[in-house]
Design a protein. Structure first.
Length: 568
């Protein structure tokens, strides 16, 4: 019967005036139809925002490629090559996590696909007869997205080819591209932002359905980040105070724009999209119809979750060690670099190696689930017995979905929703927030020699009500202050995909990335029940200076030799 119905339908179509081979495909929309229909034009423009990465996917966070997390991805799996130093132009595309990777460390192909889509948008909007009342705003939004896309390329590859028109397959092979310089790429990003600014609203409230679209303030925030990078040692090997002044001025433009630090650091990241949060300048919003499952991707076996996919998003001991004590002092003194690095306990700090989680910066407990944490009413136990016969439910011995480092990510994990695969989560991914702008400003002012202002803005971040750490004192100056500024970014922006690029632009990755990455072994004496905490080496990273930039895939270089690799 089913075959008969299909046959009749086909015969019916054949008898129509329009031949069956001429029928417009029903599973796709023709290009002509898009640019002659207002709703389809708007849908096309909205999809351009997918060019902006976020970290809420299965492989979404870049932390596994840094010292923030212990990357236990098995040998031969995609991210393995980066941590072990076997990255090459031939295998660079494998560092992404496949179709589930919303962050895309290797962004080249994806970025240029969206640059082409944006150029198509501009070209077609110039010829369409459809009247759009807000055409200027839509164009401005696309220019912001193009600026952001080029910034993603800039931070990974340095100067990149600027492509402002579309090419067809017929003539594409004859077109060759070459890199713009870093300064030219920065100028092009800024040009797009400058052109976008006049036609965008200042901001949207978090409850506004348009929150997540480009605004004037989002443009200013991107400009702040771009100029900070442009002034940094990797991008500007000879220190240029004019560039640092641009970075300071760009951050200053947002200091009095009506944003404020959210009082509760933990709650700032686990509230659903649409919740009031005056710290967010620009974010990737989600809905229950278009949400994510980040909690199930990052929590451990207790909730039948994955612990970061192969348990590779477990926070590292390296990160844990860098949280201050509540008295404002750092728990360790660090000497040496790379594989020769050594840590000794700062006796003045009050740190107790057998009570390592006591009296730490409150952002630690807001970010990391550790042994004896209570989360969602569950008491976490990461210990293994001294006779190796029993262990806590959250130990790596219990399940390979529990990170071997014995830490689990808490940041972005909701406190007020059930934890299961049936729930769709809507916590937004923060792209720009006020704390970053404060830290951008502090860094730029420090490099300009204004240490008092640098300390002031770092201390504003530390003074958040739920954090309330003592200010960095005026006696901390020079290189010691620079290290405190760097560390404040590490802690405040943990797991927000800043660390990977920060240590490269500062040109300290050769030190940081060659340090072994540690977890924590927790041994419980079977007789006394007393626990012993011992850092345990998990991974030896291998890093060379050439890895400050990502290589471009070898086949791309063969097609366009003028692009040339930087350092590879």
């Amino acid at each position: 019967m089913r075959k008969l119905i299909i046959l009749l339908a086909v015969l019916s179509c054949v008898s129509c005036k329009k031949g069956i081979l001429d029928i417009t495909p029903l599973d796709k929309v023709s290009e002509d139809a898009v640019w002659s229909d207002e709703n389809l034009i708007r849908a096309y423009e909205a999809e351009l925002y997918n060019a902006i990465p976020h970290g809420m996917g299965v492989h979404g966070m870049l932390s596994k490629h840094t010292d923030e997390a212990v990357n236990t991805v098995p040998n031969g799996q995609p991210p393995y090559v980066f941590a072990r130093g076997t990255l090459t132009p031939d295998n660079v595309t494998t560092i992404n996590g496949g179709n589930w990777d919303n962050q895309r460390l290797y962004y080249w192909d994806y970025g240029y696909q969206y640059i082409r889509k944006i150029n198509v948008f501009f070209e077609q909007l110039g010829t369409t007869k459809v009247v759009l009342a807000d055409k200027a705003r839509l164009i401005a939004e696309a220019k912001f997205v193009r600026a952001y896309t080029y910034f993603q390329l800039l931070e990974r590859f340095g100067g990149v080819p600027i492509v402002e028109q579309t090419y067809q397959l017929a003539n594409g092979a004859a077109v060759k591209f070459k890199r713009a310089t870093i300064d030219e790429t920065v100028a092009y990003i800024d040009k797009n932002l400058t052109e976008a600014l006049p036609d965008l609203p200042q901001k949207y409230a978090a409850q506004d359905a348009n929150f997540g679209r480009a605004t004037k303030d989002a443009c200013l925030a991107l400009r702040s980040r771009v100029y900070l990078y442009a002034a940094s040692p990797l991008y500007s090997p000879t220190k240029d105070n004019a560039k640092w002044q641009k970075a300071a001025d760009a951050a200053a433009a947002l200091l009095t724009s009506g944003y404020s630090l959210y009082p509760d650091y933990k709650a700032a990241f686990n509230r659903s999209s649409g919740s009031t949060n005056d710290e967010l300048i620009f974010a990737k919003n989600f809905t229950t119809a278009n949400g994510h499952q980040a909690p199930m991707n990052n929590l451990g076996r207790r909730y039948q979750a994955y612990g970061g996919w192969w348990a590779s998003n477990g926070p590292s001991q390296n990160l844990v060690d860098d949280y201050d004590m509540t008295n404002g002092l750092q728990p360790f003194t660090v000497t040496g670099t790379g594989t020769a690095v050594a840590k000794t306990v700062n006796a003045l700090s009050g740190y107790n190696a057998q009570k390592p989680y006591l009296n730490r910066d409150p952002r630690f407990d807001a970010t990391v689930i550790h042994d004896e944490t209570t989360f969602h009413g569950d008491f976490y136990e990461m210990w293994v017995s001294s006779d190796n016969k029993t262990w806590g439910f959250d130990s790596y011995k219990q399940s390979s979905d529990n990170p071997r480092c014995n830490y689990i990510l808490k940041k972005f994990m909701p406190e007020d929703q059930p934890l299961n695969w049936q729930t769709t989560y809507t916590q937004p991914w923060p792209i720009f927030r006020l704390a970053e702008i404060y830290l951008n400003y502090a860094e730029a002012k420090f490099e300009l020699g204004d240490e008092a202002t640098a300390r002031e803005y770092v201390n504003k971040v530390r003074a958040r009500p739920s954090v309330n750490l003592p200010p960095i004192p005026a006696t901390v100056t020079g290189e010691a202050l620079r290290k405190r500024i760097y560390n404040e970014r590490r802690i405040e922006l943990a797991f927000e995909s800043h660390r990977f690029f920060d240590i490269r632009r500062w040109k300290i990755a050769i030190d940081i990335e060659n340090r072994p990455v540690y977890g924590m072994d927790i041994i419980k004496d079977v007789t006394t029940g007393v626990k012993t905490y011992t850092p345990i080496k998990q991974i030896e990273h291998v890093y060379e200076d050439k890895m400050n930039w990502l290589p471009i895939e070898a086949n791309e270089i063969r097609r366009n030799p003028d692009i040339a690799q930087i350092g590879w």
